[in-house]
Design a protein around this ligand. Structure first.
Ligand code: NDP
Ligand code: GDR
Length: 344
């Protein structure tokens, strides 16, 4: 039975990857941080929290000694480093904490592998945020990087450390440059889930208005459950490499808002410009979307669209869920949760 450590099991991808590896017969060690109220709602939603092969391990990525001891005790075949301070907006407020967790955290794990057992395979959760300011579209593995946030910069450090440990010590360190991927398990601070949760609340009469920042930002959004399959495939290759996972379709935040309202039967019309733009329910004439500049970022990534050809060719990986299906799935789940009073 293969053993895998997943850092960040309380997050969206950690939960889906744990589900996938358990289905594949792995012994899974999922790490969580000690907080005053640890929350396992995602693995509970997936019904895997009591699986006999799932072991929950207390762990903080910023602690090198903790990292080495954990790797020594578990002796895994594979480590998936999904833990991070992953919210771009917060990284502007907490740039150093982000650097410690999101950047140095990966180096702690690579060092532990080098010290304990260089045969352990390592997956690093890299990101399209490393592309940042547009240099080329669609973005692919060879596109130059130009990160636009402390989060993007920290992830770029981790990405290059992966490549360096590959080249210096022959460690199997794969880097997955994943474009945005969403699901009903997405955190509510991220724009898609914020939208689907608020649209559900508005349609149930529990909230009046959805406040957002930049509606013009364009993202390549896929379905998280499909993306974790790509992570696993990267660690089953003969050689470690870097792969982009994306859908090759990009839409604006405004388009996603329109889609989510459509999923509850509301037709929207946008009026005005910049900070004065509003979204109006064409049936009732009510304003249901407005801009709040507090959600703007000091520097923005305007356009992401990824080319997943290499992953298709070498991993046989392809996304299949459309953005309309993904959005409808998220709205449906948020309607259910808000009806029963679910609060995550
Ligand atoms: P989440 O924010 O949902 O999950 C992040 C996880 O990291 C949580 O389990 C969190 O624990 C944990 N974590 C944070 N700080 C620490 C720490 N100091 N020590 C240990 N664990 C910590 O992220 P996602 O699941 O969406 O993303 C997974 C990874 O993929 C992240 O690294 C993210 O940056 C990256 N990524 C995500 C993309 C996406 O679109 N989702 C796209 C590209 C990359 P806690 O619950 O305690 O906060
Ligand atoms: P992103 O995701 O920054 O791409 O990072 P997020 O959903 O936070 O933002 C997407 C775009 O929407 C714009 N936006 C808003 N964003 C949020 N969160 N809240 C708002 O109210 C709002 N209004 C407009 C943002 O400005 C941005 O342009 C995600 C994370 O999962 C990262 O960890 C991951 O690496 C990347 O995706 C790929």
């Amino acid at each position: 039975m293969k053993k895998a450590i997943i850092t960040g099991i309380t997050g969206q991808d950690g939960a889906y990857l744990a589900e996938l590896l358990l289905e594949k017969g792995y012994d899974v060690y999922g790490t969580f941080r000690r907080t005053s109220s640890v929350n396992f709602w995602r693995i509970e939603e997936l019904g895997i929290e009591s699986h006999p092969n799932l072991h929950l391990v207390e762990y903080d990525l910023t602690d090198q000694a903790n990292t080495i001891r954990m790797v020594m005790e578990i002796q895994p075949d594979e480590i998936y480093n999904l833990a991070a301070q992953s919210f771009v907006g917060v990284s502007f407020e907490q740039p150093l904490a982000t650097a410690h967790i999101t950047g140095l955290g990966a180096a702690h794990l690579l060092e532990a592998i080098r010290i304990v057992n260089p045969k352990i395979r390592f997956y690093q959760a890299s990101t399209s945020e490393m592309f940042g300011k547009v240099q080329e579209i669609p973005q692919k593995e060879s596109t130059p990087f130009y990160p636009r946030s402390p989060y993007g910069v920290a992830k770029l450090y981790a990405h290059w450390m992966c490549i360096n440990y590959r080249e210096s010590y022959g460690i199997f360190a794969a880097s997955g440059i994943l474009f945005n991927h969403e699901s009903p398990l997405r955190g509510r601070e991220f724009v898609t889930r914020k939208i689907t949760d608020t649209v559900a609340k508005i349609s149930l009469g529990k909230q009046d208005i959805l406040e957002l920042g930049n509606l013009d930002a364009k993202r390549d959004w896929g379905y998280a459950k499909e993306y974790v399959e790509g992570m696993w495939r990267m660690l089953q290759c003969e050689e470690p490499d870097t792969y982009v996972l994306a859908t090759n379709r990009t839409e604006t935040v405004r388009d996603f808002v329109t889609m989510a309202f459509k999923a509850v039967g509301t037709k929207l019309e946008f009026k005005g410009e910049g900070e004065n733009e509003i979204g109006v329910d064409t049936a009732s004439g009510k304003t249901v979307v407005r801009i709040n500049p507090k959600f703007y970022r000091p520097a923005e990534v305007e356009l992401l669209i990824g080319n997943p050809e290499k992953a298709k060719r070498e991993l046989g990986w392809e996304p299949s869920t459309t953005l309309e299906e993904l959005c409808a799935m998220m709205v449906k789940e948020d309607l259910r949760r808000n009806t029963v009073g679910f609060s995550f």
